[in-house]
Design a protein around this ligand. Sequence first.
Ligand code: NDP
Ligand code: MG
Length: 400
Amino acid sequence: MSSSSSRQRICVLGSTGSVGTSTLDVLARHPERYEVFALSAMSRVEELAAQCLRYRPRYAVLPEAGLAARLRGLLREQKGCATEVLEGAAALSEIATHPEVDAVMAAIVGAAGLAPCLAAARAGKKLMLANKEAIVVGGALFMQAVEQGGATLLPVDSEHSAIFQCLPEDRASWHERIDHIVLTASGGPFRQRDPATLADVTLEQAVAHPNWVMGRKISIDSATMMNKALEVIEARWLFNLAPEQLKVVIHPQSIIHSMVVCRDRSVLAQLGTPDMRVPIAYALSFPERIESGAEPLDFLAKPTLSFEEADARRFPGLFLSWQALRAAEGATAVLNAANEEAVAAFAERRLRFDHICRVNRQTLEELHPEAGECASVEGLLNLDARARRHALRLIEGLAG
Ligand code: NDP
Ligand code: MG
């Protein structure tokens, strides 16, 4: 692409986060291809203001009105910044569906990203999905929205991008090609920790991931391996696979990002340095490839690639994914809601680390989705709210 009129207009939801800033880094490397059209954040107003001054988007969104007013004030001081500041959660869907937007980076954390993702899918956008909780909650409804809207759904999660890169463009051939997939997991900071000591894990220990620098929630999810549980569910929808076709192996080096085991037993893998700019660049440029800014893989620096089985005593949360996938529709939304509340409680030091998976399992087993609750976004958000209330009661009981 050469002329500025053919540049793709990008909306970045969650632009102040880890994936959001990596996305802006990749976009900035290709000003001839991409234009930053809209940005959004939740709390980091100063960071969003700095992004507006640097990338000059048409719109910036903050759900909370008071923070939006503060952003307007900050931008007014900078003469010449014409960014219009929108407020309210509905404005996220507004920018994600704006007729001039070509592609949406979904990098909000949590179920809060569901509504704008569904809106972008229904509007037929190119939807680059990092926000795994949205597809875990949305499930069949999410995939229907993509199909009915004629959207292009592109994975950004590194494991799912790896699988996607190993598959041909023709989605219709995936089913006959794939025997199963293997999602790799680093094992996080507690891969070798004695399971008997998991009750003593501190917040600082939990967020210190050995291979990736990420937002707080996904870092805690990596420590419990609930992140991998959510990814198993995400893969079920992205690649239309049965629970028994989804496997996980621990690969501490994070060099192989995931693998496809074909019907003929040939194994396809995607490798690279652990840098989110690689899957982000691939989602942006698919089916082409562009420079991402990542370092090339140095094969001799990490000459050993090893594999281990995930231990159910150390990582009980991982196995809840298959349990939820085999339960009634909506169970994955229940699991996600419980986990969001349990992680928040752990981050506020109201819940023990080893109790996160206990809350998740108990909520999954005790709270049952009602018929029809998964048929609309309102129903799903209602189920999400019910599951959160249930989880909160369990959390209070465990704290007392
Ligand atoms: P961060 O916490 O770093 O960023 C989250 C972004 O979403 C921030 O811009 C934040 O705004 C915004 N946000 C938070 N809550 C809300 C809300 N309720 N409504 C609207 N916006 C909100 O998260 P990450 O970038 O680490 O992760 C984003 C998503 O990508 C997650 O779903 C994660 O699982 C997934 N992912 C992340 C990877 C990584 O390497 N970080 C890798 C693979 C997947 P503010 O900062 O202003 O509060
Ligand atoms: Mg991942």
